[in-house]
Design a protein around this ligand. Structure first.
Ligand code: PEP
Ligand code: MN
Length: 334
C-alpha cells in the first residue's frame, strides 16, 4: 500500500501517521520528494482499511498494491487447491460437470434426470430444493422434501449432490444431507451466511453475485476461509451488463483472471449466464477452452413443463452430445 502525503504536511504530522500505521504490524518506508512525500507500507496490509488512512487530513491518496485477500490469494499458496468430494476431485486434472434440473420437482423427475446425466458422464447432480425466485408467486422449491428426493437420486446413481442454501437455519441439515453446498449469486454477500458456512468443513460452491467484481467474489471466499473452511469452488455465472439479449453476460475473462489471482478451483454456469438453451453448448465449450475446472449445467427431461428455467435447460440428448465434445476440448486444453 502506498500513501501519498499532501505537500503542506509537517514532519510532526507525518511521524504521527507513521506511528499510527506501525501499530497495524507493518513497516513504513518514507520517501521524501522535493515537494511531496510518499509512505510505502511493507508487510501484510490485508488488515489495513485504506479509508482509515485516507481520513487523515495530511493524506492525499492511498493506492493498494497488494490484494485485500490473503487466504484465497495465489501469492501465498502457489499450488492449485484440489477439493475432494466422495472420491472425485475438483480443481485437479478431471473436468467437473455438475448437471441436473434447476429445481427438484418430483421423485421420478430427479431420478430420471440423474440417471441420464450420469450416463452421459456428469460427475455431480445439481438440483434446487430451496429456490431464490424474483417473484414470491413463482415456485419456491420443494424445500426439505426436495433434499430428501436428492438423497434418493444420489442413492440410485452414486452421484454426489449439490444444492443451494438460503439461510443459516438450514446449515446443520445441509451438512448432514448434501455433498456440496451452493451459495447462490443473490447470497454471495450474505456475510453472516458465509461466516457460518466457514465454520463447517463442507465444500462450498460460491457463485458470483449479479453485479459483483472478481475481487468481491474472492473476498466472499475469504470470508468463508477466514472461519476455517478452505473447500471453496468459485463459479462464474454471468454478470449484469447493459446487454439485454442474454439473461446475463458471461464473463469468460474472469476464469483466467481468477486463476491468476487465486488458487481456488473455478467452474462456469453457462445456463444462468445465457438464459437460452441453445447458447449453453458454445459457452460450455468456450469455458473449458479458457481453463475452467468444470461446468454446472441445467438439464431437464421436459423443458417446456419445467417449474423453473426450462428455457435454458438442455434436453438429455443435447447434454450427451455436448459431453462428448467437452471431453475432446478438455483433452486438448489440459
Ligand atoms: C441456480 O443455480 O439454480 C441459481 C439460482 O443460480 P444463480 O444463483 O447463479 O442465479
Ligand atoms: Mn436455474
Amino acid at each position: 500500500m502506498i500513501v501519498i502525503i499532501r505537500g503542506s504536511a509537517t514532519i510532526d504530522e507525518i511521524n504521527k501517521l507513521i506511528r499510527r500505521i506501525e501499530m497495524e504490524d507493518c513497516k513504513v518506508s518514507l520517501v521524501q520528494g522535493e515537494n511531496q512525500c510518499v509512505l510505502g507500507l511493507i508487510g501484510d496490509t490485508t488488515r489495513i482499511d485504506p479509508s482509515k488512512i485516507e481520513a487523515f487530513d495530511i493524506v492525499e491518496r492511498v493506492t493498494k498494491v497488494q490484494q485485500p485477500y490473503k487466504l484465497a490469494n495465489r501469492l501465498f499458496h502457489p499450488d492449485n487447491t484440489v477439493i475432494e468430494v466422495n472420491g472425485r476431485t475438483i480443481g485437479g486434472n478431471e473436468l467437473t460437470v455438475m448437471a441436473g434440473p434447476c429445481s427438484v420437482e418430483s421423485e421420478s423427475q430427479i431420478i430420471e434426470i440423474a440417471k441420464s446425466v450420469k450416463e452421459s458422464g456428469a460427475t455431480f447432480l445439481r438440483g434446487g430444493a430451496f429456490k431464490p425466485r424474483t417473484s414470491p408467486y413463482s415456485f419456491q422449491g420443494l424445500k426439505k422434501e426436495g433434499l430428501e428426493l436428492l438423497k434418493i437420486a444420489r442413492e440410485e446413481t452414486g452421484l454426489p449432490i449439490v444444492t443451494e442454501i438460503m439461510s443459516t437455519d438450514m446449515i446443520d441439515q445441509f451438512v448432514q444431507d448434501v455433498d456440496i453446498i451452493q451459495v447462490g449469486a443473490r447470497n454471495m454477500q450474505n456475510f453472516e451466511l458465509l461466516k457460518e458456512l466457514g465454520k463447517t468443513n463442507k465444500p462450498i460452491l460460491l457463485k458470483r453475485g449479479l453485479s459483483a467484481t472478481i475481487e468481491e467474489l474472492i473476498m466472499s471466499a475469504e470470508y468463508i476461509m477466514s472461519e476455517g473452511n478452505g473447500n471453496i469452488i468459485l463459479c462464474e455465472r454471468g454478470i449484469r451488463t447493459f446487454e439485454t439479449y442474454t439473461r446475463n453476460t458471461l464473463d469468460l475473462s474472469a476464469i483466467p483472471a481468477i486463476k491468476r489471482l487465486s488458487h481456488l478451483p473455478v467452474i462456469v454456469d453457462p445456463s444462468h449466464a445465457a438464459g437460452m438453451w441453445w447458447m449453453v453448448e458454445p459457452l460450455s465449450k468456450a469455458a473449458v477452452a479458457v481453463g475452467a475446472d468444470g461446468l454446472i449445467i441445467e438439464v431437464h427431461n421436459d423443458p417446456p413443463n419445467a417449474k423453473c428455467d426450462g428455457q435454458q435447460s438442455l434436453k438429455p440428448e443435447k447434454f450427451e452430445s455436448l459431453m462428448k465434445d467437452l471431453k475432446q476440448i478438455a483433452n486438448i486444453v489440459r
